[in-house]
Design a binder for this molecule. Structure first.
Ligand SMILES: Cc1cc2nc3c(=O)[nH]c(=O)nc-3n(C[C@H](O)[C@H](O)[C@H](O)COP(=O)(O)O)c2cc1C
Length: 161
C-alpha cells in the first residue's frame, strides 16, 4: 500500500514529524513538501497522510490549496491528518477549520503531534506575539515522537473490514 505524506510547515517541526512518520512506514512512504514541490499525482497512492503547522489558526497556503484541489480524490483514499502547533486546547477547532467536511469526518486519524518554537528564528514583533500566545519567553520543544510513531503504525495497518 503506497502512502503519500504531503505536508507544509514553516520552521521545521512539521517536516521533522513527516520524516519520522515516513521513516517508520518505510519504503512504501513518499514525502512531498508542498511548500517546495509540486502537488503529486494522486493515482498511485491508496493512503494519504496530510500534515501541517498552525500559524495564526491556519495551515500554510499550499496545504490549503492542495486540500481544496484534491477534495474529491482524497475522499476515495484512506486519509490521516496531523497538526503541529502549541495550543492543544484549540486543536479540535484547528482540525475542523482547516480540514472541512466531508474530509474531516472521512479522515481515519486526526492527531496533534505537539509543536516547537525556537524564538531566535523569529523577529521581535513575532516574538512579542508568540510570548502573548504561549505565556512564556522561553523556547518550547513539545513534539511528540511517540504520537508520530503511533500515527505511522495506524496508517500502515490494514483497514478493519
Ligand atoms: C507566527 C506564528 C504564529 C503561530 N500561531 C499559532 C496558533 O495560532 N496556534 C498555535 O497553537 N500555535 C501557533 N504557533 C506555533 C506553531 O504552530 C508551532 O511553533 C509549530 O511547531 C510550527 O511548526 P513548523 O515548524 O512546521 O512551522 C505559531 C507560530 C508562529 C511562528
Amino acid at each position: 500500500m503506497k502512502t503519500l505524506i504531503a505536508y507544509a510547515g514553516r520552521n521545521g517541526s512539521t517536516q521533522k514529524m513527516a520524516e519520522r512518520i515516513a521513516g517508520q512506514i518505510g519504503s512504501e512512504a513518499e514525502l512531498v513538501n508542498l511548500l517546495k514541490q509540486p502537488a503529486p499525482e494522486m493515482t498511485e497512492y491508496d493512503n494519504v497522510i496530510l500534515g501541517g503547522s498552525i500559524l495564526a489558526g491556519v495551515v500554510p497556503k499550499p496545504l490549503q490549496k492542495f486540500i481544496k484541489q484534491q477534495k474529491e480524490t482524497l475522499l476515495s483514499k484512506r486519509v490521516h491528518i496531523f497538526l503541529c502547533c502549541l495550543m492543544e486546547e484549540q486543536i479540535d477547532q484547528y482540525f475542523s477549520r482547516n480540514f472541512p467536511e466531508p474530509l474531516y469526518s472521512h479522515a481515519e486519524h486526526k492527531v496533534w503531534l505537539g509543536g516547537e518554537l525556537v524564538l531566535e528564528d523569529h523577529n521581535l514583533i513575532v516574538r512579542k506575539m508568540l510570548k502573548k500566545i504561549t505565556g512564556t519567553s522561553e523556547d518550547i520543544h513539545s513534539l511528540s515522537w511517540a504520537a508520530a510513531d503511533q500515527l505511522a503504525a495506524a496508517a500502515a495497518a490494514p483497514t478493519k473490514e
